[in-house]
Write a protein that binds this ligand. Structure first.
Ligand code: DC
Length: 230
């Protein structure tokens, strides 16, 4: 039997830095990257544009089956997201879209509809999968599973900084409340709630900068897959 390409699962709550860390780790290893949150964001965004009831999982899942989703590199650090040929990158990244995503992500039909698509990203030489349930549900046989956390205050601060850099001004207290609400919904939903896989390594990133987190993640990957990093 040919071994399936290796997967590094990086899960954790919103604004824990997973996105930036996953991209850096994928770049260092030359691995593919799956931003699974973007898929739930696309589902929420398109369902809302179509005027669907976001709590109607069957309707949202049907809509998903009609979408042609494409992730393309812009040649630099960004990924362009196209849905049925249209660039939706900016809309997908909005805070308001995160909220729509969290609502559709609680629907079992929507989660099932995305399983096969997410697994199709597992290709040689390997994959870094960023999300909430990468290690627990989508890639239970992942060779390395990490669960990144940070205090709610630190996560609000990071998201605030990230949005400010994009020229989007938001109130820190409001952002903090929004993050807490999204966490609560993600943790308490009945299907695939946000929690570490039993065999995941938890890493509290509160006192660490991106470079420090990336080196800890790479050290853990090297421990799990000796010789992968040259
Ligand atoms: O990581 P993100 O902010 O782009 O995720 C947006 C929402 O999607 C988040 O509130 C929870 C949901 N999500 C999920 O349920 N499962 C995943 N694997 C990824 C994201």
């Amino acid at each position: 039997m040919i071994d399936a390409p290796p997967v590094i699962a990086i899960d954790g709550p919103s604004a824990s830095g997973k996105g930036a860390i996953s991209r850096r780790v994928a770049d260092v290893l030359g691995f593919h990257l799956l931003d699974s949150g973007a898929l739930y964001r696309i589902a929420g965004l398109m369902a809302s544009r179509e005027g669907l009831d976001l709590e109607n999982g069957a309707d949202v899942a049907k809509l998903l089956s009609e979408l042609d989703i494409l992730f393309e590199s812009d040649g630099g650090a960004e990924t362009i997201i196209r849905v049925n040929g249209v660039d939706v990158t900016t809309d997908v990244r909005r805070e308001s879209t995160g909220e729509l995503a969290s609502r559709v992500a609680a629907q079992p039909e929507v989660r099932s509809a995305l399983i096969g698509f997410q697994r199709s990203f597992r290709k040689a030489p390997g994959l870094v999968a960023d999300g909430r349930d990468m290690g627990a549900v989508i890639f239970p046989d992942a060779q390395a599973k990490l669960f990144l956390t940070a205090s709610p205050e630190e996560r609000a601060r990071r998201r605030h900084k990230q949005l400010k850099e994009k020229g989007i001004s938001v109130n820190l207290a409001a952002l903090s409340a929004e993050i807490a609400e999204r966490d609560y919904r993600d943790r308490t939903r009945s299907v695939s709630p946000l929690r570490p896989a039993p065999d995941a390594e938890e890493l509290d990133t509160t006192p660490l900068n991106i470079e420090q987190v990336v080196s800890r993640v790479l050290a853990f990957v090297e421990k799990k897959m000796p010789g992968l990093i040259i």
